[in-house]
Design a protein around this ligand. Structure first.
Ligand code: EPU
Length: 344
């Protein structure tokens, strides 16, 4: 039986599959049993088999936003569902259905090549299309929620395939219904809606500066975003990392005013009414962590929000450093940092 057939038995699993190349932090880890899922229809029977054997299971996508333990117990589902299909395109919008296993950056590049701009500010984000709604990936003044029409998933609670429309996805800053219900949904396809009317998003200060008094094309913005990202964030192929390790914390306007009195240089952004988003990178930087090393792991020297694995670092090493940072930032500013990646 090949992996594309509908019924997958546990006998088709790959035992002890190494995951070091499948997580961007480069943690040495393995899956006790791994199964590549290339078609949505394979999911129900496989989960039934897993359940019948009383095994735990989890999903691994691009591995760019996870902290893996040294061994993942039970069965690890590697989502490899491919496909990019233009469902419709008229004068106002284009709808595209994309398999969860497609690499995010390649998809963004493909949309531009097809003449469907809009997502250029989200270039070069590691990971897969299927993972993009979970933490509502965002960068340079844009987030994926702006472009999602609906998400197709297998609901492991009801054992049914479901389609969640945008409001049901409950997108918020680095958050969604999927993130709020870990393990419940296996995302299989995402449907994107790209409006035909395009305008450049230049709210991010560095983009605004670069294109002052210019009208850049989507491709020029794409190139600029790739350049900014590469200058600030380490390439996971070279230095293990999971992007921002903490969310930018949201505090009350009142707490912000108090902090700003004490720290006039504090970096913050307006948020919902009565709230303020603080730059976690700035807080961590002020605590002196930038470039600091703790055994095999450390804080990236160009961006304090990024933890890196120099090689041989484990989940304990990374989480130990994260705890030191959280404690120091709390002690200094009274602000609790939340870890962004999923800890499996
Ligand atoms: N800053 C410092 N020191 C640092 C890092 C940042 O002072 O070491 C200051 C910067 O000077 C700047 C501010 O903090 O004034 C914000 O920094 P930056 O523009 O680099 O963005 P960020 O808030 O650190 C967020 C996202 C990134 C995204 C960028 C660009 C989160 C948690 N992170 O980072 O997303 O690429 O904005 O939009 O929201 C990710 O989620 O993995 C990620 C990389």
């Amino acid at each position: 039986m090949n992996s594309a057939s509908k019924d997958l038995s546990l006998a088709n699993c790959t035992p002890k599959l190494g995951l070091k190349q499948r997580n961007t932090l480069g943690i040495e880890s393995y899956a006790e049993q791994a199964m590549v899922i290339s078609k949505s229809e394979q999911i129900p029977s496989l989960l039934q088999n897993i359940k019948a054997h009383g095994l735990p299971w989890q999903v691994l996508g691009g591995g760019s936003n996870v902290v893996l333990p040294s061994a993942l117990p039970g069965v690890t589902l590697l989502i490899d569902i491919a496909g990019k299909e233009v469902i419709s395109s008229d004068e106002t919008e284009t709808l595209i259905r994309v398999g969860a296993g497609e690499p995010w950056h390649d998809f963004v590049q493909w949309t531009l090549a097809q003449g469907f701009p809009g997502m250029e500010n989200l270039a070069l984000i590691p990971g897969t299309v299927g993972a993009s709604p979970i933490q509502n990936i965002g960068a340079y003044g844009s987030e994926v929620a702006h472009f999602i029409e609906c998400v197709e998933a297998f609901d492991t609670q009801t054992q049914k395939f479901v389609t969640l429309n945008k409001s049901e996805c409950q997108f918020a800053y680095r958050d969604s219904h999927f993130k709020q219900h870990p393990g419940r949904f296996i995302i299989t396809q995402v449907i994107f809606k790209l409006p035909k009317v395009w305008s450049a998003k230049l709210s991010y200060a560095e983009l605004a500066k670069q294109f002052a008094n210019q009208t850049p094309t989507p491709q020029e913005i794409f190139n600029a975003v790739c350049a900014i990202r590469s200058s600030k964030l380490p390439d996971p192929q070279v230095l293990g990392n999971a992007g921002s390790f903490f969310q930018n914390p949201i505090v009350s306007e009142l707490q912000y005013i108090e902090l700003a009195k004490q720290y006039p240089a504090i970096v913050s952004f307006p948020d919902a009414a009565g709230q303020r988003k603080l730059a976690a990178g700035w807080l961590i930087d002020q605590c002196g962590f930038k470039g600091k090393r703790l055994g095999p792991v450390g804080v990236y020297d160009k961006q304090a929000l990024v933890l890196v694995n120099y090689g041989g670092g484990s989940a304990q090493d990374i989480l130990g450093l994260a705890k030191q940072i959280q404690d120091k930032v709390y002690e200094t500013f009274g602000v609790q940092l939340q870890i962004e990646p999923n800890i499996l």
